[in-house]
Design a protein around this ligand. Structure first.
Ligand SMILES: *Cc1c(COP(=O)(O)O)cnc(C)c1O
Length: 403
C-alpha cells in the first residue's frame, strides 16, 4: 500500500492517505510545518513558482506541506480530485462564492441554511449586485422552475441545518449539469462517511470541519473539495486574494487526529441518535421529532438511498412551544447548552434565538425554521445517560404542565 492508494477502505484512508512516514524520518504522524514562507533556489525559480510554471510552496496563505496532507486526505475521503483547507466553515463558503460569482449572477439556494451562510447570501453577497433566490429544494420541480439564465450556482445543505430536510443530491446535480450550473453541497451534517456528494454528481463539497471532522470541539476550520481546476481557482482567487481565510498547520494536525476516529465516531453518533430519537418520539410531551432514520421522517426513503447512516443530529418540538422548550433546556444536567455540533459532548440549542437568529421571525417562518424547534447534537456519552437526562428534564416539564 502506498501513501496514495485510493483502493483502501474509508477508515484506512482517514488514517493514512497522503502521508508516507519513510519520507519524514519515520515519524508516525505528519510533521507540523510552521513556516510562513519558503526559500527559492534562485530568483528565476521564485518567478516560476509565482507564475505557476513550476509547482511548489511559496507562502503559507496559499499552501503549506502540512495542509497538503490534510487536503489530499479529505479529497480521497470525498472521492474528489482535490481539496482545500480554510480557517473556518464560513471561510470556505465565502472563498467559494467570491471566486465563482460576479455582479449580475444569480445564486439559487435551498430555503433552509445554516444562519451565517444565510446572512452571507442575504445580507452580504446581495449588496454586490448578485441575485439570491431561495427555493424549497426538496421539490425538484420547484428547483427546475427557479433556474434562470443568470443562475450560476446552486447551493444547499443535506440534511439541512437545523430542520433535517433532505435534498436529493443526484436529482439536483443532474438539473445543475444540464444547465451548466455549479452545484455545491454543504456536507457538514453527514460527513463523507455517510454521504459522498461528488459520486452523486455535485461539483463542490464544503465542510465546517469545526464539527464532526475535527470532532472534539477544540478548533474552528473549514474544508472543501472538487475538481482540480475548480479548487485551483478557489485557492488562487477566493482564498488567496479575497478572504485570506487560510488554516493554521496546528489546526490541520488536530483535524487529522480527529479524522482517524471519524468512522468509529459517526457509527456511535448515529446509533445513539436513532435510540434517542425513538425515545423522544414515544414521549407524550414531545410533539414532533425530525430524524432521517425514523420511518416517520417525510424523506426517510430518500435518506436511506443517499446516506449510509443517519448521523448524530436531531431536531424536535415540544407541546407548549418555545417557553416550554427553554424550560426543558434549562432542566438538563448532562447535555450542555451550546451551539456547534459533532462533539463528544451532547449539545443542545435553540436555533430561532441562537444559530439562526440572522433570520427575521417572518423569514424563519417562510424558511421552515419553527420558533419552537430544538436542535440536539447527540454526543458519544453512554446513550442511557443521555436518555436519562432527557427523561428527567421532560418529567419536570410535564409536572409543571399538570400542576
Ligand atoms: C457550523 C456550520 C457552518 C459554519 O462553519 P464554521 O466552521 O462555524 O465557520 C456551515 N455550515 C453548517 C451546516 C454548519 O453547521
Amino acid at each position: 500500500m502506498s501513501a496514495h492508494d485510493n483502493q483502501t477502505g474509508f477508515a484506512t484512508k482517514a488514517i493514512h492517505f497522503g502521508y508516507d512516514a519513510q519520507q519524514e524520518g519515520g515519524a508516525l504522524n505528519p510533521p507540523l510545518h510552521l513556516s510562513s514562507t519558503y526559500t527559492f533556489a534562485s530568483a528565476e525559480e521564485g518567478g516560476q513558482l509565482f507564475s505557476g510554471e513550476k509547482s511548489g510552496h511559496f507562502y503559507s496563505r496559499i499552501s503549506n506541506p502540512t495542509l497538503d496532507i490534510l487536503e489530499q486526505r479529505i479529497a480521497s475521503l470525498e472521492g474528489a480530485e482535490a481539496g482545500l483547507s480554510a480557517a473556518s466553515g464560513m471561510g470556505a463558503i465565502t472563498s467559494v462564492f467570491w471566486t465563482l460569482l460576479e455582479a449580475g449572477d444569480e445564486v439559487l439556494a435551498d430555503k433552509t441554511l445554516y444562519g451565517c451562510t444565510y446572512a452571507f447570501l442575504q445580507h452580504g453577497l446581495s449588496k454586490f449586485g448578485i441575485q439570491i433566490t431561495f427555493v424549497d429544494m426538496t421539490d425538484i420541480t420547484a428547483v427546475k422552475a427557479a433556474i434562470s439564465k443568470r443562475t450560476k450556482v446552486i447551493y444547499y445543505e443535506t440534511p439541512a441545518n437545523p430542520n433535517m430536510r433532505i435534498m436529493d443530491i443526484r436529482a439536483i446535480s443532474q438539473l445543475a449539469k444540464s444547465a451548466n450550473i455549479i452545484s455545491i453541497v454543504d456536507n457538514t451534517y453527514s460527513t463523507p462517511l455517510i454521504t459522498q456528494p461528488i459520486a452523486l454528481g455535485a461539483d463542490i463539497v464544503i465542510h465546517s470541519a469545526t464539527k464532526y471532522l475535527g470532532g472534539h470541539g477544540d478548533l474552528v476550520a473549514g474544508l472543501l473539495v472538487g475538481s482540480a481546476d475548480l479548487i485551483h481557482r478557489i485557492r488562487m482567487e477566493g482564498l488567496k486574494d479575497m478572504t485570506g481565510a487560510c488554516m493554521s498547520p496546528f489546526t490541520a494536525m488536530l483535524i487529522m487526529r480527529g479524522l482517524k476516529t471519524l468512522e468509529l465516531r459517526m457509527q456511535r453518533h448515529s446509533e445513539s441518535a436513532l435510540t434517542v430519537s425513538e425515545f423522544l418520539l414515544a414521549h407524550d410531551v414531545v410533539e414532533t421529532v425530525y430524524y432521517p432514520g425514523l420511518v416517520s421522517h417525510p424523506q426517510h426513503t430518500l435518506a436511506s438511498k443517499q446516506m449510509s447512516l443517519y448521523g448524530g443530529m436531531i431536531a424536535f418540538e415540544l407541546h407548549g412551544g418555545i417557553n416550554t422548550g427553554k424550560a426543558f433546556m434549562d432542566a438538563l444536567g448532562l447535555i450542555q447548552r451550546a451551539v456547534s455540533l459533532g462533539d463528544a459532548e451532547s449539545l443542545i440549542q435553540h436555533p430561532a434565538s441562537m444559530t439562526h437568529s440572522a433570520y427575521t421571525p417572518e423569514q424563519r417562518h417562510k424558511h421552515g425554521i419553527s420558533d419552537s424547534l430544538i436542535r440536539l447534537s447527540v454526543g458519544l456519552e453512554s446513550v442511557e445517560d443521555i436518555i436519562n437526562d432527557l427523561a428527567q428534564a421532560l418529567a419536570q416539564i410535564k409536572n409543571k404542565q399538570v400542576a
